[in-house]
Design a binder for this molecule. Structure first.
Ligand code: C5P
Length: 211
């Protein structure tokens, strides 16, 4: 049986970096499930199709190829916005969750990060982490990341976006963002990613090597 680590949390909380680091350390496969929603949204945008037709969006979701998810293309801001719009649709979620579950069974283990991994996609995960940080810290990190990559960014606009995305992700009826009852909370507001990684490692090692 595959060992599954579920990592959930709001946008820009640091869960992507943390998940990649954990997957590398344990030699596990990693899936950023946000990319599956982004790939579906991008396919609709590229085809000039509407973002509010659930049947059409679900058809696109069925065609997403997990092997072809390219972060550098899908990271674009407008794709993230479109992704959070189609992520409210139950038929889209059903198609993507099915693909994510299949991925989660890969041996020897997997790390999946997203919004509903510990609650819906893999409720049986051996380790569940809920990674969060205050909206201000998350907006600041995203701002600094864009500047560091040579872009231009406006902190106030990013802060508003972070709050809007939180509302959409936490307020939707199907699979809203929330910690699983048995998730370990990691608030990274005043913690470096390195410190968060060390805290996560202690939790994972305790389950992998009890006693
Ligand atoms: O994490 P990321 O910003 O790439 O996710 C884009 C959007 O996809 C999120 O705002 C959220 O609405 C949706 N999403 C989701 N469930 C997941 C992962 C992402 O609804 N497991």
């Amino acid at each position: 049986m595959s060992f599954i680590i579920a990592i959930d949390g709001p946008a820009a909380a640091g869960k992507g970096t943390l998940s990649r680091r954990i997957a590398e350390t344990y030699g596990f496969h990693h899936l950023d499930t946000g990319l599956t929603y982004r790939a579906t949204a991008k396919a609709l945008l590229d085809a000039g199709l509407p973002l509010d037709d659930e049947e059409v969006a679900a058809t696109m979701a069925h065609e997403v190829d997990l092997a072809g998810l390219d972060r550098s293309v899908l990271a674009q801001h407008h794709i993230g916005e479109a992704a959070s719009k189609i992520a409210v649709m139950p038929l889209v979620r059903r198609a993507l969750v099915e693909a994510q579950r299949l991925f989660s069974s890969r041996e020897p283990g997997t790390v999946l990060d997203g919004r509903d991994i510990g609650t819906v996609v893999c409720p049986q995960a051996q380790v569940k982490l809920y990674v969060t940080a205050s909206p201000d810290v998350r907006a600041r990190r995203r701002h600094d990341e864009i500047i560091a990559n040579g872009g231009s960014a406006n902190y106030a606009a990013i802060f508003e976006d972070v709050k809007k995305r939180d509302e959409r992700d936490m307020g939707r009826a199907d699979s809203p963002l929330k910690p699983a009852d048995d998730a370990h909370l990691l608030d990274t507001s005043e913690m470096s990613i390195e410190a968060a990684f060390q805290a996560a490692k202690i939790l994972i090692d305790a389950v992998l090597n009890p006693n």
